[in-house]
Write a protein that binds this ligand. Structure first.
Ligand code: MV4
Length: 474
């Protein structure tokens, strides 16, 4: 299968451009002038004679108009039909489809609340605390928890005007607030012939400001029975909307193992590798075969989960500076490997991380027979990972993976905010003075981009002497 890459001026030298058989420029760096220009992308498809377009993540991957524009010019969109995208990509339509598919949903209103009086009535019906949500919101924006009845009126008015300002629609609905939920999602794969399988779940509760940081498969708290019930509900929803190709159904799961439909992502997700590791499947390969009209080559009985996988999203961001992006030239890259380590890396030494896009550098995945082994393998791999010239969030993962609550899988969507609120990493107290001084000197030198050679004459002569004694010429 020949590949055609598209790139913006910022990505002229990017890895995907080097890997593809052909590459075409879309336009200047800003996404609005390149990766979001569906017309320019289809112009490349025409010039290159491409049969299909894979939209990846973000950008146009959940844009029904783009999916339609592809089909209109006879280019296969590797993803769901626009009609399914429209139903499942809209919060309120998806919630209505979830009800039709008898999918457990958080108790509350399905459509927008007409006025404060209706909000008061619905809240009284489900009991406090409640969560107000903007229908046109998303990713945690436009959400407001209300813990007492007397706060509801003001909160409703504020949420509605905020939604109007931020999303162009003041429509607000109301749900039972699920305390300390886990975010668990089901991976689906459906073909054009009415077959749909679920490929286990992913635990995505370790998030910061609604950005996933660590994802795992399987979830440490999902039993075989819960997995089957969530999977079958997700399949019912997908089939009811005529869904095709890869998709993910997101759930909130509470401490009593109740699960509630949140939303559906009508695309492949960044974290799909952890599902690939525990199922042994290549999800993009399956996407391509489904997009070519093939019947799914696997049935639900064929799906077997084995072992445990953890993914760390390696970002060019500065944990000491509120995780702000830290773009710039990557001067050095030493990548981990070894048993059970997979690194999906998009950068290389000499690459300049641009500011124009999400600053993700790579996804480091550790697979092992058990969660404990996967955590320790990941720690070993992170210890080998060197990305020079820019700041990264590698240190954050060491803090999380050595944290007792994480290792005991006592995590929920508030876990990482609580860990970070506990303050900066505890510096080890037992570090000898000279080591601290040496570390400071190295840090200062690296900040000045100098190389510091620490020559210990005694050590060197012992090394040379051993070499002479053993007759080795090193
Ligand atoms: C909730 C919730 C608790 N109760 N709904 C956040 C973004 C959107 N995906 C839905 N979200 C939530 N909805 C009710 N009724 C808690 C969250 C939530 C959350 C959900 C998933 C992943 C991370 C989260 C972080 C904070 C809050």
């Amino acid at each position: 299968m020949a590949t055609v890459a598209v790139y913006s001026d910022a990505d002229r030298g990017a890895l995907h451009v080097l890997h593809a058989d052909e590459a075409y420029r879309l336009g200047p760096a800003p996404a609005a002038e390149s990766y979001l220009r569906g017309d320019l992308i289809l112009e490349v498809a025409r010039r290159a004679g491409a049969d299909a377009v894979h939209p990846g993540y973000g950008f146009l991957s959940e844009n029904a108009e783009f999916a339609e524009a592809c089909e209109a010019v006879g280019v296969t969109f590797i993803g769901p039909p626009a009609s399914a995208m429209r139903v499942l990509g809209s919060k309120t339509k998806a919630r209505q489809a979830a009800d039709a598919a008898e999918m457990p949903r958080v108790p509350g209103s399905v459509t927008g609340l007409a006025d404060v009086a209706e909000a008061v009535r619905v809240a009284a019906g489900i009991g406090y605390p409640v969560m107000l949500k903007a229908a046109a919101g998303g990713g945690g924006k436009g959400m407001r928890a209300v813990r007492k009845a007397e706060e509801l009126a003001a909160a409703f008015t504020a949420a509605s005007s905020e939604a109007e300002r931020s999303f162009g629609s003041g429509e607000v609905y109301l749900e039972k607030l699920i305390e300390r939920p886990r975010h668990i999602e089901i991976q689906l794969m459906a073909d054009e012939h009415g077959n749909c399988v679920y490929l286990g779940e992913r635990e995505c509760s370790v998030q910061r400001r609604h950005q996933k940081v660590i994802e795992e498969a399987p979830s440490a708290v999902v039993s075989e029975d819960l997995r089957r019930r969530m999977g079958e509900a997700a399949v019912r929803l997908a089939l009811s909307a005529g869904y095709v190709n890869a998709g993910t159904v997101e759930f909130l799961v509470d401490a009593e193992e109740n699960f509630y439909f949140l939303e559906m992502n009508t695309r492949l997700q960044v974290e799909h590798p952890v599902t690939e590791m525990v199922t042994g499947l290549d999800l993009v390969h399956l996407q391509l075969r489904v997009a070519m009209g093939e019947v799914l080559p696997i049935s639900q009985e064929d799906v077997r989960l084995r072992g445990h996988a953890i993914e760390c999203r390696i970002y060019a961001e500065d944990p000491e500076n509120n995780f702000f992006p830290s773009p710039g030239l990557i001067t050095r890259l030493v990548q981990p490997g070894g048993p059970g380590i997979r690194e999906d890396c998009a950068v290389f030494a000499g690459w300049t991380v641009p500011l124009d896009y999400d600053p993700m550098l790579s996804k480091l995945v550790a697979f092992a027979p058990t969660r404990e082994m996967a955590i320790d393998r990941m720690l070993r791999a992170l210890g080998e990972y060197v990305i020079g010239g820019i700041k990264t969030n590698i240190g954050l993962f060491r803090r999380i993976l050595t944290d007792e609550d994480f290792r005991a899988a006592r995590i929920d969507t508030g876990y990482l905010e609580r860990l970070l609120a506990a303050g900066p990493a505890q510096v080890q107290e037992d570090v000898p003075e000279e080591v601290v001084a040496l570390a400071a000197a190295l840090f200062a030198a690296s900040a000045r981009r100098e190389t510091v050679v620490v020559a210990d004459a005694a050590a060197e002569s012992r090394w040379a002497e051993a070499g002479r004694r053993e007759g080795l010429r090193l």
